[in-house]
Design a protein around this ligand. Structure first.
Ligand SMILES: NC(=O)c1ccc[n+]([C@@H]2O[C@H](COP(=O)([O-])OP(=O)(O)OC[C@H]3O[C@@H](n4cnc5c(N)ncnc54)[C@H](OP(=O)(O)O)[C@@H]3O)[C@@H](O)[C@H]2O)c1
Length: 301
């Protein structure tokens, strides 16, 4: 139990968007464990995992519905994680990207303003910093994350919001439903088929989901302790990125099976992130605790 729940007699209230996703579902579990009354906002057709002790609000897509969700929850802190991730987009994706990553978020900010709720933990991405630049989006998804931050800045400047944006890198851990690297590697190992990959020199900065959730909890404490004036932004980085090729070797060692890879058979992706962003400040009192070796072992146990 953290300082907050020990010291406070009144139960704190959280409202989480993106709670059905990989990071959001782990965050919700931790909030509930720590004694928060936890509310989530879902779409009407979201498939909701079997959470216990949470209160679900359904958003019908309108601003009025969002205002009602926030009014019903009356949160002390809003955690905004909902997002549509697309590493590359096509013309047909524009509406969904803007709807999920800009419109939904703006409706949330407006609903907070109308209900006089001012504390927000937001989720950004290291992909807002291609080539290690202050702002250079890797892809349109990353540009929409930046667009949301620009909207948030208005609410911070004009409406007294306090916000912390945590910029995530690659997260991993148990119960990850996303079709990501480790799923592919597992499939290749068990089928003994050869996997075509790029040259594998791109750096990957992996942070275990429990460490990511810990960063959210530390940021929340900071917000509630009134340690911030306006808006802060932090990188949730392992500080130890490694080339994809090395990561595959580590994973192969961890599952004790060879993985056949045809390195260089595929070109790098358009705007592949070869070097990860390393200029973001790290939030005080946080550092990753789970080593990659331990995290990979947990995935394969
Ligand atoms: N995981 C990573 O490695 C990583 C890296 C960098 C940044 N991030 C950021 O971290 C956050 C969480 O990522 P994640 O990997 O956990 O995401 P995820 O597993 O893809 O889940 C996305 C979540 O967003 C919700 N969502 C999407 N569009 C929505 C909309 N229009 N209205 C309401 N809900 C909507 C989804 O709800 P439904 O169930 O309704 O689809 C789902 O709960 C995101 O903001 C992402 O940009 C993640």
């Amino acid at each position: 139990m953290n300082e907050l729940t020990q010291e406070s007699n009144t139960q704190k209230v959280a409202l989480v968007t993106g709670a059905t996703g990989f990071v959001g579902s782990h965050l919700v579990k931790r909030l509930v464990q720590e004694g928060w009354q936890t509310h989530i906002i879902c779409r009407i057709d979201s498939s909701i995992p079997a959470f216990t002790d949470i209160i679900t609000h359904f958003h019908d897509g309108s601003t009025d519905s969002m205002i009602q969700c926030v009014a019903d929850a009356k949160p002390d802190v809003v955690f905004h994680l909902a997002s549509l991730f697309l590493s590359q987009h096509e013309a047909k994706d524009i509406d969904a990207l803007i709807q999920s990553n800009v419109l939904f978020g703006n409706q949330l900010l407006e609903a907070m303003r109308v209900n006089s709720i001012h504390n927000l933990i937001n989720t950004g991405t290291s992909w807002q910093h291609y080539n290690n630049e202050d702002y250079n989006p890797v892809c349109l998804y990353a540009a929409t994350k930046q667009a949301f931050e620009a909207l948030l800045e208005y609410y911070v400047q004009a409406c007294d919001f306090k916000a912390i944006t945590l910029k995530l890198f690659d997260t991993y851990g148990p119960n990850d439903p996303r079709p990501k690297l480790f799923h592919l590697l597992n499939k290749a190992a068990t089928s003994e088929q050869t996997l075509d990959m790029s040259k594998g020199e791109q750096l990957i900065d992996l942070v275990h989901i429990d460490d990511v959730v810990e960063a959210f909890m530390i940021a929340t404490q900071r917000l509630l302790d009134n340690k911030i004036e306006t808006q802060e932004s932090y990188a949730v980085s392992s500080g130890k990125p490694l080339p994809l090729k090395e990561l595959v070797q580590l994973y192969s060692k961890s599952i004790e099976q060879p993985i056949k890879i045809n390195w260089g058979a595929r070109p790098y992706r358009f705007r592949e992130v070869m070097k990860t962003w390393d200029k973001g400040p790290i939030i005080k009192n946080w550092s990753p605790r789970i080593t990659l070796e331990a995290g990979l072992k947990e995935l394969t146990d």
